[in-house]
Design a protein around this ligand. Structure first.
Ligand code: HEM
Length: 236
């Protein structure tokens, strides 16, 4: 057990498992956020589907259990990625300057995972400040109460849609979100298949397939968040 936290392969394993867990969270988060632009497709009033999804997140007891686990997932991923990156830098010594970022056959993203991770972390700090702290009552926010359909009934809850819609009415915010989401896409394009490789998926044919699956998932996630932010700015 101690080996898991102190050995190099144990740390990489923890980073991979926490990374895959965070990808799962991102898929759920993107699905919930897609309701921001899908009302027209389902014929519901603008904002109703997102308000229902937000209400579900705020009132479901399971989400209260998942939130600390999510925070732990982020903490493990960030702490171990920093430890591993600095160990690698130290082990390489001066050689890091000789190899540069253009070594043939090595993807750009795989050589810039730490930089991409730091950019995503900076984005996340802004994001949590903008939304999470307000919606959880840590920053002032006075939403109007609205009604929306909720599992066949009518529920009343805060108008979370207006918070997102107001936030994305500023061009600079949309630009920050697009940059953050593109950094995320590059990070995942390498991180996803690399995590599978670390946990023992060494089959050559499957590693090739996983690289393609990685690219698709990475750009659905990164592209999806970007499209939502841009669409909110332009059309809503
Ligand atoms: C269009 C882009 C996005 C929108 C509109 C959006 C919206 C939101 C909202 C409204 C919340 C608060 C939820 C609540 O407190 O009930 C939230 C929380 C959060 N978001 Fe995002 N988000 C976006 C992109 C991202 C991205 C790219 C990431 C990760 C890199 C991310 C990670 C998180 C995390 C970790 C939380 C806190 C945990 C949670 O409340 O579930 N979000 N987001």
């Amino acid at each position: 057990m101690a080996n898991l936290f102190s050995s190099s392969i144990g740390r990489k394993f923890l980073m991979s498992i926490s990374g895959l867990f965070l990808i799962l969270f991102l898929i759920v988060h993107l699905t919930a956020n897609s309701f921001l632009i899908l009302d027209w497709a389902f014929g519901t009033e603008t904002g109703q589907m997102f308000n229902a999804a937000s209400h579900f997140m705020a009132t479901n007891p399971l989400i209260k259990v998942v939130e600390p686990v999510l925070a732990l997932g982020f903490a493990v991923h960030i702490i171990y990625s920093l430890i591993i990156s600095f160990q690698n830098l130290r082990a390489r010594g001066n050689q890091k300057y000789q190899s540069g970022n253009n070594t043939q056959g090595v993807e750009w993203a795989s050589k810039n995972m730490l930089v991409l991770g730091i950019a995503i972390f900076a984005f996340l700090a802004i994001h949590i400040y903008d939304f999470y702290l307000k919606m959880r009552g840590y920053r002032p926010w006075h939403p109007a109460e609205v009604e929306f359909p909720f599992f066949g009934l009518t529920a009343t809850g805060e108008n979370a849609y207006t918070l997102v819609n107001d936030t994305f009415s500023h061009l600079w915010v949309v630009i920050v979100y697009v940059i953050g989401s593109v950094a995320l896409a590059f990070h995942l394009a390498h991180g996803f298949w690399s995590a599978f490789q670390t946990i023992g998926w060494n089959n050559t044919l499957w590693l090739k397939r996983l690289r393609v699956i990685s690219l698709v998932i990475a750009w659905i996630i990164g592209g999806g968040f970007s499209v939502i932010a841009v669409a909110q700015y332009l059309f809503f």
